[in-house]
Design a protein around this ligand. Sequence first.
Ligand code: ADP
Length: 261
Amino acid sequence: HEPDLSLKEFGERVTLMSTQNDFEMDMMKEMENFRKEYVGNVSHELKTPLFSIQGYVSTLLDGGVEDLNIRDKYLQRIDSSVERLLNIVKDLDMINRFEAGQIELNLISFDINELVEEVFDLLDLEANRHLMKLELQSTQKKLLVHADKNKISQVFTNLVSNAIKYANREGARIIVTTKEEAKFISITVEDNGMGIKPENLTRIFERFYRVEASRNRKDGGSGLGLAIVKHILEAHHQNITVESAYLSGTKFKFRLEKSSL
Ligand code: ADP
């Protein structure tokens, strides 16, 4: 049977119980705050393109726009807002499926250098527009990895297009390096752009997180790109690290399993 508790022991137990309760309460509060913040972020991201669509549609419906060129311009803006909405929804859907463990990788062997060149081809025009150069540096001509090709293509697309968006400097260089190690291929994506301050650096992989300066840029995204990159690499049992020096550049590093073929 329970021995009688001294007043001191009783006090200690009560304190322990209430600390546990406090802990659970804190956890619940934190989850609730997280949920509120998440819903707030989603609706905020959807609101901007929706308001823009609403604005153009009602102007067109009012019938005041007779100039066909202007009408076309409005329709193009509606089109790009719709595309933006679809991208946000697609990104959110992908993150949700990753978090629910519903994404299966389609692992194959492929040449990582060839994939980097394919991504460069798609982004070259955008890079040229900003007078930036895309470069691949590799220890070998061909480096085979064992990974999900489409998902890794998305990783490069997100990292390189971020470098183009945020390097923000004419003549900037974006360099992808690939290097063979014993079991892995190590990869870096580096730019000599504006960099990220140390206080923001720890948060950039969070959903919806954007550094203040990029919030105001019109080509800034919704802050989901790096969260997706992290999920894709985690699904490959790899992590991604970042080093950055404010105003001089940013470097992302990760590894992929080498193909045994
Ligand atoms: P976004 O959709 O806003 O691009 P990301 O998740 O891809 O979101 O990136 C989060 C934030 O990290 C960006 O808003 C930007 O402020 C910062 N960032 C990402 N890559 C770079 C880079 N190469 N140079 C400077 N800042 C970057």
